[in-house]
Write a protein that binds this ligand. Structure first.
Ligand code: GUN
Ligand code: ZN
Length: 438
């Protein structure tokens, strides 16, 4: 039974705000409202009046209630390399990431890490994610099982890499095709899970594997595609050497049939105007990962140019290149990346990209991303302040944008009071989440 009424200050979006309008009409702020969750785990009503007397209820006066965040690019195995010192992308992969990913071959380790990772997302206020496990089938099974146990909306797939990786992480075309078909049959469309064909990035797949991945996209309706593109200048040069016939890095993916409306490409820092037009033409989306881009020193993503070209921009933490599973921290980093480029971006554009915007980019706007009757009750109750200094800052806020922008700039896991997935509370501050919530 999930029936419950929550009272608080509801914040979501009814359309896409512009990047710079702090008074955007796309913002829907309903302070001191009641959100009713039905026994089916969906939002049944949003209203100013309290519910009938027989409804269980929770009052959160002065707290924000937002749709759960959607992290569109993150690596489950990379919790083991958070904050690893001293390298840019290609060395970082060799020195830190590949050795950590090797451990996911062990199903017991994969189960332990997957549970830790998903509980970490929930504790950070993220209820849905598009995730890279590793090349190992066990890592995919472990992740999907753990997400299923928590009722989460999760998109993931076996990482493909048949070259330029250590032998212990390499697969081959025939076996990886069979593994993908098995995994798609096992998980795609089950409960709230969906499968993403997941070539790691162009350098670690042969032409034959990329072609196989392209062909796999029609193996079942609704499959996603996730990969990395144009993150680092050394990587971009390497791709140009490996694929001399391609006009650009992104063009490699187009050539192999990987670009489409369910494609999510991480980074896209070093794209040009033709690439951005190509993204928009194919309906593909970018997962902007500012924490990772700053930490690995990859570069400054041009959000405005990508958006003006007509491609959707969503947000990824990219742990462990990124340093936190928290979306507010990631949004604060996104603001700073834009500031370093001489631009600014509002709290509204940032929050929209991490909720409704991401849901729509993933073709899930009918299910998640807004506080709308009929949608799944994936939502988070947030404290506006975690200490007296933050409380003081909130008390002098000049307007709603000022308050919410300061909150997201200073906010993190400490501000999460309660995270609900399909109406069921899966994280409560101070309580350790377990599967016994089922
Ligand atoms: N490019 C290829 N693999 C990776 C990865 O694991 N993390 C990041 N940030 N970029 C990549
Ligand atoms: Zn990544």
């Amino acid at each position: 039974m999930t029936r419950i009424a929550l009272q608080g200050d509801l914040l979501d979006f009814t359309s896409a705000p512009s990047l710079d309008d702090t008074a955007s009409p796309a913002v829907r702020y309903r302070p001191d409202h009641w959100l009713l969750i039905g026994d089916d785990g969906r939002i049944s009503a949003v209203q100013a009046e309290p519910p009938p007397a027989d409804w269980p209820r929770e009052r959160h006066p002065g707290r924000l209630i937002l749709p759960g965040f959607i992290d569109t690019h993150v690596h489950s195995a990379q919790v083991d390399v958070l904050g690893a010192y001293g390298t840019a992308l290609l060395d970082w992969l060799e020195q830190h990431t590949f050795p950590a990913e090797r451990r996911m071959a062990d199903p017991a380790h994969a189960a332990q890490i997957s549970a830790l990772f998903l509980d970490g997302l929930l504790a950070a206020g993220t209820t849905a994610a598009m995730v890279f496990p590793t090349v190992h089938v066990a890592s995919v099974d472990a992740l999907f099982s753990a997400a299923q146990a928590r009722g989460m909306r999760l998109i993931a797939g076996k990482v493909l890499m048949d070259r330029h990786a250590p032998a212990f992480l390499r697969d081959d075309v025939a076996q990886s095709e069979r593994d993908n078909l098995d995994l798609i049959a096992r998980w795609h469309g089950r409960d709230r899970l969906a499968y993403a064909v997941t070539p790691r990035f162009a350098p670690t797949s042969t032409d034959a594997q990329l072609a196989m991945a392209g062909a796999l996209m029609s193996a079942a309706p609704g499959l996603y595609l996730q990969t990395h593109v144009a993150e680092n200048t050394d990587e971009v040069r390497w791709v140009a050497e490996l694929f001399p016939q391609a006009r650009s890095y992104l063009d490699v993916y187009r050539h192999f049939g990987l670009l489409g409306p369910r494609a999510m490409l991480a980074h896209g820092i070093w794209l040009d105007a033709d690439d951005r037009a190509m993204l928009a033409h194919h309906g593909a989306s970018i997962s902007h990962c500012p924490s990772s881009n700053l930490f690995l020193g990859s570069g400054l993503f041009d959000w405005a140019a990508t958006r003006h070209a007509g491609a959707a921009v969503t947000l990824g933490t990219d742990v462990g290149g990124g340093t936190s599973l928290s979306m507010p921290r990631t949004l604060a980093d996104a603001y700073q990346v834009q500031a370093l480029s001489g631009r600014r971006i509002t709290a509204w554009a940032l929050l929209h990209a991490a909720t409704r915007g991401a849901a729509q980019a993933l073709h899930l706007g009918h299910e998640i991303g807004s506080l709308e009757p009929g949608l799944q009750a994936d939502l988070v109750v947030w404290d506006r302040a975690a200490n007296p200094v933050e409380a003081r800052r909130q008390s002098v806020a000049r307007d709603l944008h000022d308050a919410v922008f300061a909150w997201l700039t200073l906010g993190d896991e400490r501000h999460v009071v309660s995270t609900r997935v399909a109406g069921v509370e899966r994280h409560r501050r101070g309580l350790i989440a377990t599967d016994s919530n089922d």
